[in-house]
Design a binder for this molecule. Structure first.
Ligand code: PLP
Length: 403
């Protein structure tokens, strides 16, 4: 065999998947490890969803690139009930929201502003499509939205260097911080995006997991409808990430229509159409029958109890923790413990800290550096939802109530 003279383009494994692999390696060595890195809801799939999926298992034909008419109508209804009136024609379905975001970035063809910290994938996908991420810090306690005051400056500077900047990404509510930005901040971001001629990509995959009942998610689609793309999926609220199904809501109007044409072109060359049985089950889910609404509500309460309890433990230990407001993430800052961690454990960076937790305590978490924080910022992300199983509500209640 003759060896090849070149190497493939180096692309590191997504940090969330890499931590999974590190955990799996430990387990193969017989070490017990708590997997608290990956963004998994950790609740079972509702039997009604399995039933719908099975009912459609024989659908083997390719469907429309944009997704089935039934799914697009159901997703349009889902958004319309949340104060975002939606015509099914602006809905595009894909095999997960991650590929939809990737296709969008390919269509937009320019640099993208991403918040720091933010979900690992935005910056990585931007680089993969040959563009550059522009990092902008979020206001304190309001994860997921680049600070509107810093946004303009960063974009103007990038453009002065001759760069093409096309979009800004927001996550509402946010992963990794588990917080939800205020309406005022989102409005201000939209106003800056309008002045700067930017598309706003609003990743709302955790929308239904806001802990406080009735607290509204301030979608930029309300304040800048002509330029906002919203994405969501069944991966988090219904814990069906492995089913790989997601939807995007494109803007109405001329720009939205041309973006749709471009997106469908990209999709047609990558995935042709999302899996038909999954689309059928997703249409059922987006129609929100009461059994699923109750299921999501129950898991929302579980996530609130677990993240609240875990955040309280970290705070007791001396870390600084923003109170989780949504989803299943806790994002403790170990800055206040820096001296002790350094003296007692030789911890200098976030990676040292997560290494210590994995090696010494058998707990797999992600360093804040995976989300774009500077390595010396001792932040890490915990997704504590995997701590419980289907019947663990009592254990949870005990965890949530103070000792
Ligand atoms: N968006 C955010 C903010 C996420 O945290 C994740 C998963 O971790 C995704 C999107 C992935 O979505 P999907 O499973 O629909 O590809």
């Amino acid at each position: 065999a003759r060896p090849l003279s070149f190497s493939p383009r180096p692309v590191p494994l997504s940090a969330t998947l890499a931590v999974n692999e590190a955990i799996a390696r430990k387990r193969r060595q017989g070490v017990r490890v708590l997997p608290l890195g990956f963004g998994e809801a950790g609740i079972p799939i509702h039997p009604a969803l399995t039933r719908e999926l099975e009912a459609a298992a024989a659908r083997g034909a390719y469907g429309p690139v944009a997704g089935s008419a039934v799914l697009r109508a159901a997703a349009a209804g889902y958004w319309s009930r949340r104060g975002l009136p939606t015509d099914p024609s602006v809905v595009v379905c894909g095999p997960g929201s991650k590929p939809l975001l990737f296709a969008l970035l390919l269509s937009l063809g320019g640099d993208v502003v991403v918040p720091t910290p933010s979900w690992v994938t935005y910056a990585a996908q931007t680089s993969l499509v040959g563009a550059r991420p522009i990092r902008v810090a979020t206001p304190r306690g309001e994860g997921g939205v680049p600070s509107p005051a810093l946004l303009a400056d960063a974009v103007v500077r990038a453009r002065a260097e001759g760069r093409t900047v096309r979009a800004v990404v927001v996550t509402l509510p946010d992963n990794p911080t588990g917080t939800l930005a205020s309406e005022d901040t989102v409005r201000r971001l939209c106003s800056v995006a309008r002045d700067l001629d930017l598309v706003v990509i609003s990743d709302e995959i955790y929308r239904d997991l806001v802990h406080a009942p009735g607290r509204a998610v301030p979608s930029p689609a309300r304040f800048a409808p002509e330029r906002t793309v919203v994405t969501t999926a069944l991966s988090k609220n219904l814990a069906a990430g492995g089913w790989r199904i997601g939807v995007a809501r494109l803007p109405d109007g001329p720009f939205g229509r041309s973006l749709r044409d471009s997106l469908l072109g990209v999709a047609s060359e990558i995935w042709s159409s999302a899996p038909a049985p999954m689309q059928h089950a997703a249409a059922y889910a987006f129609a929100e029958p009461s059994e699923l609404v109750e299921h999501v509500d129950r898991s929302r309460r579980l996530h609130a109890a677990v993240t609240g309890a875990v955040a309280a433990r970290f705070a007791e230990a001396g870390a600084e923790v923003t109170r989780p407001e949504a989803a299943f993430y806790v994002y403790p800052d170990f800055g206040p413990m820096r001296d002790g961690l350094r003296a007692n454990h030789g911890v200098r960076t976030a990676a040292d800290l997560t290494g210590l937790l994995l090696e010494r305590y058998g707990v797999g978490v992600l360093p804040g550096s995976a989300f774009g924080e500077a390595p010396e910022v001792l932040r890490m992300r915990v997704a504590p939802s995997l701590l419980y199983g289907e019947d663990d509500e009592q254990r949870l209640a005990a965890l949530a109530s103070p000792a």
